[in-house]
Design a protein around this ligand. Structure first.
Ligand SMILES: NC(=O)c1ccc[n+]([C@@H]2O[C@H](COP(=O)([O-])OP(=O)(O)OC[C@H]3O[C@@H](n4cnc5c(N)ncnc54)[C@H](OP(=O)(O)O)[C@@H]3O)[C@@H](O)[C@H]2O)c1
Length: 251
């Protein structure tokens, strides 16, 4: 198994892409921690992910946009005696509104969760990575790391930041045998996109715009994360891989 003996932390692991990553990492033998805010949904997800009843999936409620909450969550991991080998920064939100009337609170919230949360979790993993002689950071970026669309300016700014932060980690921590890479999911059918999938016109727009002609599945993103987490990717760092059915290639 690819992740036997490894401990992984997946933020946003309670549903969608993060959950699919947590499930695949668990299936590949990892001990998995999942973070998200809603404690009930998180606990239920951990129970379902730990389908072999091996106590290998741990739910730790955490708001990645709050330093206090992140510090508390890492204290819990430390108290378990666990050390993170693989970090997946997947927690994210997208709040919409026209730029000209965008409340600063909305802007700040998206930046805090998507970008600062990624920074906080990455920084908190550093001591453990050093102790282990290396580590992996996998950031979930977005098509919006490369292109922009109207009414989602904080999301676009945050995901552009996630892309460049990935490169910053890669160059600064390569000497510690830490690799940082990012995944650009295309349009993936998760809860975040349920209203868009149900909107017939938008759904057709997405399928027409995607060379593969369909929405992606969370598991398809998870397999790219597994590759970056694997030993086979030890010399790959600062890279982005698009799991987008060909959208970026067609632009
Ligand atoms: N789906 C797509 O098409 C797509 C495309 C490109 C990029 N992405 C990116 O992929 C990631 C996952 O997206 P998804 O579609 O799987 O979304 P989702 O189904 O809405 O899941 C988001 C996850 O993040 C958690 N989360 C949100 N805010 C958080 C916070 N402050 N602290 C901790 N956890 C938080 C959520 O749990 P709680 O709400 O309980 O906290 C949930 O577990 C995001 O970063 C998103 O930007 C998605």
């Amino acid at each position: 198994m690819i992740l036997e003996g490894k401990t992984a932390l997946v933020s946003g692991g309670s549903r969608g892409i993060g959950r699919a990553i947590a499930e695949l990492f668990y299936a590949e033998g990892a001990n998995v921690y999942i973070f998200s805010r809603n404690p009930d949904q998180l606990a239920q997800a951990a129970k379902e992910i730990d389908c072999k009843n091996e106590n290998r999936c741990h739910a730790v409620p955490c708001d990645v946009g709050s330093k206090t909450s992140v510090d508390e969550a890492f204290a819990r991991i430390k108290a378990d005696g666990a050390v993170i080998d693989v970090l997946v920064n997947c927690a994210g939100v997208n709040l919409r509104g026209p730029l000209e009337t965008m409340p600063i609170e909305t802007w700040q919230k998206v930046l805090d969760i998507n970008l600062t949360g990624t920074f906080l979790l990455t920084q908190n993993c550093f001591e453990g990575f050093k102790k282990r002689g290396g580590g992996k950071v996998i950031n979930i970026a977005s098509l919006m790391s490369e292109i922009a669309r109207p009414t989602i300016s904080p999301y676009v700014a945050s995901k552009g930041g996630v892309k460049m932060f990935t490169k910053a980690i890669a160059v600064e921590w390569a000497k510690y045998n830490i690799q940082a890479n990012a995944i650009i999911p295309g349009y993936i059918s998760t809860e975040m996109n349920t209203p868009l999938i149900q909107d017939e016109k938008f759904n057709k727009f997405i399928c027409d715009r995607t060379p593969a002609g369909r929405w992606g599945k969370p598991e398809e993103v998870a397999h790219a994360a597994l590759f970056f987490a694997s030993k086979g990717a030890d010399f790959i760092t600062g890279q982005l891989i698009a799991v987008d059915g060909g959208i970026l290639a067609a632009l």
